[in-house]
Structure formats: C-alpha cells, structure tokens
Design a protein around this ligand. Sequence first.
Ligand SMILES: [Zn+2]
Length: 191
Amino acid sequence: MPRWTTAPPPDSRSGSLPLLRTPATRPLQGIITSPRLIGTDTHFFGGHTVPCERPNCKACLEGIPYRWHGYVAAYSIHSNLHFVFECTAQAATPLIEYQHDHGTLRGCRIEAYRWHKRPNGRVIIKCTTDATPLNVLPPPPDLTKIMAIIWSLPPQDVFLCDEETIPARIDASSKRDGQSADPRLYTFPNP
Ligand SMILES: [Zn+2]
C-alpha cells in the first residue's frame, strides 16, 4: 500500500550545490564566489571522482592512480545558478595566479573551455575581474561542507588542512596521474 505524504521527504543534500566540469562544446562561465581555491588528491573510482583517503584508501589499495583536483564555487548570472567548479591542477594555474595577485578569487570571472572542443581536451581557464558588485553575488559557501555532501562523507571528515600552504602556483609540468601534487592544499582523515 502506498504511503502518501503532503510534502517531499527532507532533502539530505540540501545546502549542496551542483558540481560542474568544463563541457566540451561550449565555454563554462561564472563569477567565483569563494575567496580561495581548495583541492585534494582524488581517484576516479566506481564511476565517480572520490577523494583519496590514504593511507587507508580503498582506491589506492586497488592500485587506482590519483590526481589532484581543485574546487571553487561560482555563480552564473545568466542561469542564476550557484555551482561548484572542478578543475585539474594544470587548469588551476590561472586561478592561483589571480588569487595571488588579488588576494581573493571572489569576483573573478572565469571562462573555461576545452581545447579543440574535445571531450577530454585540455581545459583552458581565462580569469578577468568582473564588474559585478560583490554584494550582488551569493555569499561564499562552505565548500568543505558541500564537498562532504557531494562525496557522501560525514562533514567532519572533510576539512581545511592548512590554508597557509596554498602555493603561488602549481607546477603542472611535474604532475601526472599517480604522483602527488606537492604541497596538498587539503587533506582528509582516515575512514
Ligand atoms: Zn587513495
């Protein structure tokens, strides 16, 4: 027998934001709402990008390579969408330079596109200062809390490790799958 209710059940994902990656066919545009980039090593495991939880990491134990991914929150005025943007270490370099030069990423307009519009083409990010007043933007979200929801981890397991270790730039040339980006901006405790 169906059990009818007059309202949907509480949404366990409330407070989350959609996670967007750079599409192949068109640029992704938005104005960054977070003050800084955060990132960590991740695996593509079980069909999803998941954080590396080494030294007791199931994906590591199965020999799955890890790679660093960075995250910022951004807002699209056209679609009225607040989202989390994911990028690789190589693509993140302009974000880190902007953050270094301006002291914050909030208010930075990003345009991300893929080289030759290939689905796995290299992502190029252009950063410019947007004229939109900062008070028009949504407040900076708690990105670590949102990533915990996206990754289905307890909120206390996703936290800022050491924000003073953000490098001026990431040496993308030395970065390959299976090698650690050093220093790691964020880390995660063992399960
Ligand atoms: Zn791992």
